[in-house]
Design a protein around this ligand. Structure first.
Ligand SMILES: [Zn+2]
Length: 290
């Protein structure tokens, strides 16, 4: 299956196997500085998914000269229009335009696809729908590599298929695209970072912030309170500007909730692919069932 391929390939690529010790994750500023001037690619399923990387991308794309690309597999057209003025002519058109505006906030370009926006079923169901849309898994792979390989990514950021930050099956399925880049030799496992942020949404929507999915992952994170010199805002505030661009998805109440995130939750978490796998069984990790 598309998504399990990522882990299978990585296990195969690790010469010492699954018992390999974790390499030391880079601290927050080291992670950002390692991306300076590089080609950095985000792979997501929907417009707005980039929020799990956008504080980091706001810094590296706007302030550190990285060339940033956001690959968005679907147009998010299975969702509901949350815009007061409606979503004419249709939700897909509106969300594609919102995605462009959100990318501009980050200083990134978009590769927007129109795969079926499947919100139900399993990760494998989503992967099967996407393959069927392309004609076959091989056709999907060929089309993806043709679209993305020219970006020549130095680093790839994708969801962790064990949780997809929200357990959404399309988030988890989209991790399979990173596996395609790995299998094709476009990047190595060490050049792939998985988004290890989970949302902490207070029941009364008083705040929305991030917590780490991997209990032991304390150093591979980016602190959103860092002030960005060019933007004259914090990275977290730039992320919120990006969310505002997704007007059909984020009303004023949700925006206020992100703005009210506690200090400890105004950060995004990552693990290099080898590190993510080495921490697979960390007690307290927040993964989803299959
Ligand atoms: Zn999503």
């Amino acid at each position: 299956m598309l998504t399990s391929m990522l882990r299978r390939l990585v296990f195969a690529s690790l010469t010492v196997g699954a018992c390999a010790p974790a390499t030391t994750p880079p601290p927050s500023d080291a992670l950002a500085s390692s991306l300076a001037g590089k080609s950095v690619l985000w792979i997501g399923a929907h417009p707005d998914d980039e929020s799990v990387v956008s504080p980091l991308f706001a810094d590296v794309c706007r302030e550190r000269g990285a060339r940033c690309t956001l690959f968005v597999a679907t147009r998010g057209d299975a969702g509901e229009c949350g815009r007061a003025g409606g979503c004419a002519p249709d939700l897909a058109t509106v969300r594609v335009a919102e995605m462009q505006r959100a990318a501009a906030v980050l200083g990134a370009r978009v590769i927007q696809w129109d795969l079926p926006d499947v919100a139900t079923g399993t990760t494998q169901d989503v992967a099967a729908r996407w393959s069927a849309h392309a004609g076959s898994t091989e056709a999907l792979r060929a089309a993806f590599l043709s679209a993305v390989a020219p970006v020549r990514p130095d680093f790839v950021f994708a969801f962790d298929d064990r949780h997809g930050s929200t357990c959404h099956p399309a988030h988890r399925a989209s991790a399979g695209f990173a596996g395609m880049l790995l299998a094709a030799g476009v990047v190595t496992a060490a050049q792939i970072y998985l988004a290890e942020s989970r949302f902490d949404i207070r029941p009364d929507l008083s705040s929305i912030g991030y917590v780490s999915a991997i209990a032991t992952n304390e150093s591979a994170q980016y602190n959103g309170d860092i002030l960005l010199a060019t933007a004259r805002k914090t990275a977290w505030e730039v992320m919120i500007d990006g969310l505002r661009a997704h007007e059909s998805q984020f009303d004023a109440r949700k925006i206020a909730a992100f703005a009210a995130a506690p200090t400890a939750q105004r950060r995004v978490f990552f693990a290099s692919l080898p590190d993510a796998l080495a921490n697979a069984n960390a007690p307290g990790s927040r993964f989803c069932g299959d």
